[in-house]
Design a protein around this ligand. Structure first.
Ligand code: 4AD
Ligand code: MG
Length: 436
């Protein structure tokens, strides 16, 4: 017996199979019957196709199965492809044989259900067209991050997920029992990367990152994926320019591979093309405050961090991502050095996405001054001796270096026009949810 060739739905929709028989397999996406006809929409990973099942065109028992089958039942069908301008996609299948793989029970997800219900049913909801499209974009983004860095001679370098120290502030640490001691889930790969650069010079990583964020927002997850890079001999301007190139490269890959998905998601492909080809402006924190004052009438005291509202108001004035550098030193993480030219500012940057998607990248040059870092850690109430291994990196062949982290879900949410960051990851973990 020869092996069956299964045709992907997207190939049927090209028209190449018009008038020809094909075998398809997938799931019933929609179904309705009228007398002796069942109109089924079938879906597979590549798309959806209307299938017409007429009594008399296939064995009676198979027609009865078609009548009975509920949505999300898994099926294999054979039929002839016919051009039909009324069908979505312009083609339909006239079914001559139907094999039920499994009769689905009544599917719990119907129209107009609440976001919370859909999150409870996440294991079923990820097969929706919207989430399938986002997951395809996410896959492209992840692949692009690897190829971007590898293409530039970066090595992939792994850090432990269980870490004894904070990197981004103690308040968002997730504590884990570690035999008789306690440790924390990684907030960042960075501190270990700063050790790795002495061996490999240019390194990157993408991995799960954990923050016990105590607020509910549409931008924060408790578990998210961060793509980070760290490089010896680089300064702030070097890493800012790599971050811009990286985001543009990712956009180019998504535009190359996921146009159809972006259309399903209602994203404007031409707009993303334009953004990809545009210069991303770089401004300082001080200039950002000036824009907020002049154009939004917002007076922010110099020294305050930009909150979500301010970031959003600022981004009202830009169509592309914007890099903001030189935030106030005092409110920054302990490893961010002050700028010698203006010591109250730090050699750091954030990249903000347009349209209210917030900070997608955060990074900096790294301090090489043990005394300054010790002072900052002490102010923060940290036990400085825990950082002694990290200070060794400044004792044995210290070099200027810099790096940044990109929030994969923030970027995916922006590219996909998602309303909430939760839709940018298959199974979101937030303040209120770690199930299913
Ligand atoms: O700005 P952050 O906190 O930077 C760091 O962790 C640095 N140690 C990275 C480095 O220099 N290697 O986080 C980096 C990015 C943010 O810009 C944001 O996009 C994302 O990670 N991010 C989050 N994404 C989703 N949920 C959260 N709770 C996030 N916190 C940060
Ligand atoms: Mg940040």
């Amino acid at each position: 017996m020869s092996k069956t060739t299964w045709t992907p739905i997207e190939d049927v929709l090209t028209g190449d199979y018009a008038g020809k028989p094909v075998h398809l397999r997938g799931w019933i996406y929609r179904t309705r019957s009228s007398g002796n006809i069942v109109f089924m929409t079938l879906r597979d990973v590549t798309g959806v196709l209307q299938a017409t099942v007429k009594r008399g065109n296939l064995p009676d028992a198979e027609f009865e199965d078609a009548l009975k089958a509920l949505i999300e039942s898994s099926v294999q069908v054979t039929g002839v492809v016919k051009e039909d301008t009324r069908a979505p996609g312009g083609y339909e299948l006239q079914v001559s044989s139907l094999t039920m793989v499994q009769f689905a029970e009544p599917f719990p997800i119907t129209k107009d259900q609440s976001p919370e219900f859909l999150l409870d049913q996440r294991h079923l909801w990820i097969r929706s067209r919207k989430l399938t499209s986002i997951l395809k974009v996410r896959s492209t983004v992840v692949g692009a991050i690897h190829s971007f860095f590898r293409g530039q001679g970066f090595y992939e370098f792994d850090a432990p997920v269980l870490q004894p120290n904070q990197c981004e502030g103690g308040s968002t640490l997730f504590e884990v029992k570690y035999y008789d001691e306690k440790t924390y889930l990684s907030q960042s790969w960075q501190l270990y990367a700063e050790a790795g650069i002495f061996a490999l010079e240019k390194i990157y990583n993408m991995g799960p990152t954990f923050r016990a964020e105590k607020s509910k927002t549409s931008r924060h997850l408790s578990e998210f994926w961060m793509a980070e890079m760290e490089a010896a001999w680089m300064d702030l301007s070097d890493v800012v320019s790599i971050a811009k190139d990286e985001v543009k490269y990712i956009l180019a890959q998504v535009l190359k591979h996921n146009k159809k998905d972006l259309e399903v998601l209602g994203q404007d492909v031409t707009k993303l093309e334009t953004i990809r080809m545009s210069e991303f402006p770089t401004i300082t924190y001080t200039e950002a405050l000036q824009i907020l004052k002049d154009k939004e009438g917002m007076e922010i005291d110099w020294g305050k961090d930009l909150r979500t509202v301010e970031e959003d108001k600022l981004m009202n004035h830009f169509l592309t991502p914007v890099v903001v550098t030189h935030y106030p030193r005092e409110i920054m993480a302990f490893y961010k050095p002050s700028d010698k030219k203006d010591p109250k500012t730090a050699l750091c940057f954030d990249m903000l996405a347009p349209e209210g998607y917030g900070e997608i990248v955060g990074g900096s040059q790294r301090s090489t001054d043990i005394a300054a870092m010790t002072q900052r850690l002490t102010q923060m109430g940290e036990r400085v001796e825990n950082y002694d291994w990290y200070f060794d990196l400044r004792r044995y062949g210290s070099v200027p270096h810099a790096g940044y982290g990109l929030g994969v879900e923030r970027l995916v949410a922006w590219i996909c026009k998602a309303e909430n960051i939760k839709d940018a990851i298959p199974f979101p973990r937030t303040l209120l949810r770690f199930r299913p």
